[in-house]
Design a protein around this ligand. Structure first.
Ligand code: LLP
Length: 437
């Protein structure tokens, strides 16, 4: 099992001291649950690893992995930053009371509304992705702000992280960031502005990465760029943000395949220190932006089994009351998951396919898994769904999105209420009546 789970005397699965069968009964299914202590431990482990290895750093959680007010509050207490990639994420974090001075604003095509919202609301670091965006900022900054907008420039380091092609971002051919050859002129333009303040550089090479080398290579390329720029223009970048991307196991057999947080942080810090030493460059303030690795293992999804159907000689289908709408990762990336029967963890197993309830043959959560005789009414728990599940969920087939519960010391706390059917239709306008449903 992944994370802090155990089996209780009734042969039920327990997460953070909570019996999943009781959770399903009291909170309904499907339901996203998070072990709050595990998130907290991850937040602290990252922080401690940096404290042991580097003099000045900031940790920014990538909100696209999973964002809600309760998480913002945990991050705030630990002094973390939050990276947002849209007006919506910015709105959520700032409405939750997260200090805007610790928000990093990303995006390869920030809309006029988003730019205005963030400029007026205030921001910790604005990551300029391309020249068009810089031109907009040059025009708009002074009318919306009374401060100099603190900038990072996102560069493409040209490193292949060897992960799924949909989540590879740092290779030369990428929709994100400035090619190294173009970046110089764009940065020089910003340096001439009274309204903008160039703080540093940013890169992000991809996600679910299981090796350290691509991160180190990217760090080296970024520092070399910084040193070359200083040589030519006598300007020192004070800060460097190396993005997120550390992978984590989704299956028991993947345990040990990924570097630990500590190993990853130490390797990056050592690299930055040694390259700076070689280039006689002052140590930049270092940022990283982990998302998945902070929350994925802490999250699980609790479903109830409905239909069970055997096609003799072919396979047994076990359908749950959710699927691709709450977890699109299997159909998008071929992602693999493991699951347990929450009300009968140990029992004689049979081979089945776990499928969802969407009207789509590809709505398969787990193609093949051994489970103890899944039957209608059983509770099925899919593990490691903490990242990019809630945040990527859709209303396909007009299915309401599940609520989110944080679990701590045996107690559940609802942090995002489940959607209801009214939520799904309230923007719909009834023709002729010119009013919402
Ligand atoms: N910083 C930036 C600029 C990013 O684009 C991302 C992720 C992160 C940080 C966080 O990366 P992480 O530590 O979570 O790997 N939907 C995909 C993942 C997309 C990642 C996008 N960017 C999935 O479900 O695998």
């Amino acid at each position: 099992m992944l994370g802090n789970k155990n089996i209780n005397d009734s042969n039920h699965l327990q997460i953070a001291g909570c019996d999943v069968v009781e959770l399903a009964q009291t909170m309904g299914t499907p339901l996203y649950v998070y072990d709050e202590d595990l998130i907290r431990d991850n937040i602290q482990e990252y922080k401690q690893s940096f404290q042991e290895n580097y003099p000045h750093f900031s940790l920014a959680y990538a909100g696209k992995a999973f964002l809600c007010s309760a998480l913002c509050s945990l991050l705030d207490k630990e002094g973390w930053w939050v990276d947002v990639v849209s007006g919506g994420e910015y709105y959520l974090a700032s409405a939750a009371g997260f200090p805007v001075e610790r928000i990093i604003f990303h995006g390869n095509n920030k809309t006029p509304e988003e730019r205005r919202l963030v400029l007026q609301g205030g921001v910790g670091r604005w990551v300029v992705d391309n020249e068009v965006e810089l031109n907009f900022l040059l025009e708009e900054a002074s009318s919306y702000t009374s401060y100099r907008v603190p900038l990072f420039f996102r560069l493409i380091p040209g490193v292949d992280p060897h992960t799924h092609q949909y989540i590879t971002t740092g290779k030369i051919d990428s929709k994100f960031g400035l090619p190294l050859g173009e970046a110089e002129n764009v940065i020089l333009k910003a340096l001439q502005s009274e309204d903008l303040e160039v703080k540093g550089l940013h890169c992000h090479i991809g996600s679910q990465i299981d090796q350290i080398d691509p991160f180190l290579k990217a760090a080296e390329i970024m520092l070399q760029f910084m040193a070359d720029f200083r040589k030519k223009y006598d300007f020192v970048f004070q800060e460097l943000d190396l993005g997120g991307g550390l992978g984590v196991p989704y299956l028991d057999e993947e345990k040990g395949r990924f570097p630990s947080f500590h190993f990853y942080v130490r390797a990056i810090c050592e690299k930055v220190k040694s390259v700076c030493d070689e280039l006689s460059y002052p140590l930049p303030h270092l940022y990283i932006e982990p998302g998945r690795s902070v929350v994925n293992t802490a999250g699980s999804t609790i479903y109830r089994v409905g239909s069970v159907k055997e096609i003799p000689g072919v396979k047994k289908y076990v359908a749950v009351d959710g699927g691709m709408a709450d977890n699109p990762r299997p159909i998008l990336y071929g992602a693999k998951y493991q699951a347990r029967i929450g009300n009968r963890v140990i029992g004689k197993k049979e081979r089945v396919s776990v499928v969802g309830k969407c009207c789509e043959s590809g709505d398969v959560l787990i193609e093949e898994i051994e489970l103890p005789s899944p039957s209608p009414g059983d509770i099925l728990v899919v593990e490691a769904t903490g990242a990019y599940n809630h945040s990527m969920a859709s209303n396909y087939n007009l299915i309401p999105r599940p609520g989110v519960v944080f679990l701590r010391g045996g107690k559940p706390e609802l942090v995002v209420r489940p959607e209801n059917w009214y939520d799904l239709v309230r923007r719909d306008i009834i023709p002729g009546k010119n009013k919402e449903v």
